[in-house]
Design a protein around this ligand. Sequence first.
Ligand SMILES: [Zn+2]
Length: 284
Amino acid sequence: MVGVALALKIHRCPVCDKGPVEVEDVPYPQYCPHCDEEVYPSDCLRIWEEVADHQSNVQAISRFMLAVEHLIPIHYIRYLAGESLPLLGSVSVFVDGPLAVFGNPAWLHGSIQRYLFEINTQLSSIAQPPLVIIGLQKTGQVVDHVNLVERFLPKNRIFAITDEYRYQYILPSRDPAQNGFGYETYYGQDFIYKTSTGRVFVFALPYPFGTKDETIVDFQKAKTELGRYPQLARALALVTEFESDLYENAVVPIALAHRYTAISLSPGGRVLDILTAHGLQSQS
Ligand SMILES: [Zn+2]
């Protein structure tokens, strides 16, 4: 729904537990209609449920960071869709990790899946190729599994991980989920790709459907059919083009992001010294 102002629903108020509470995208404080305490749009991520007295907030903060890592690309995509939709046909986005949202904000995955499908439908209506979003995985169970078997894989091959394969070889100790793997969390399909030079990448592309509704399509089977991913060739070309020696099995954008967002010790420390001295001077 590009360009349309929407209200967010917080399923229950973090203070009084009543709900749902509706909040809007406005730059001033908003209050719960039941208890009159301040509520925030970000409360809909349900991160606050993981915050408790006498326990570390690390898990809640990590959860927030992971949710935002999925929201920020969507924000830019919405912005570009509003400003210049055709441009999105030539944009690619790398997301660090699988295309999935876990824990309390997991409900986001469904909205993201629907939104990306809608954007691709709009792009198709103006004869543009679909958006290329690549969830690149460097750690995790799939990567661990691939590290064990990669020497047996022929070069120049791509494999869409099926639920059968995953439950048999990657997660053998786990009972298959009733509605298929990742039903409550994933919005993209995982692929294993071995390049012609012998490097192996694990990456995901958004599901080519707006919903996982099995009455529309045999989702568990259809999500692994390569022909349903028209952006696959461009994604593979990108991964191959950006194969990098900077980090093992990382690609340039992520390696560069890591390099330039870290604060280096010496100049970073000096900046903090100057800021502290400045703050102390202005107080005295
Ligand atoms: Zn309240």
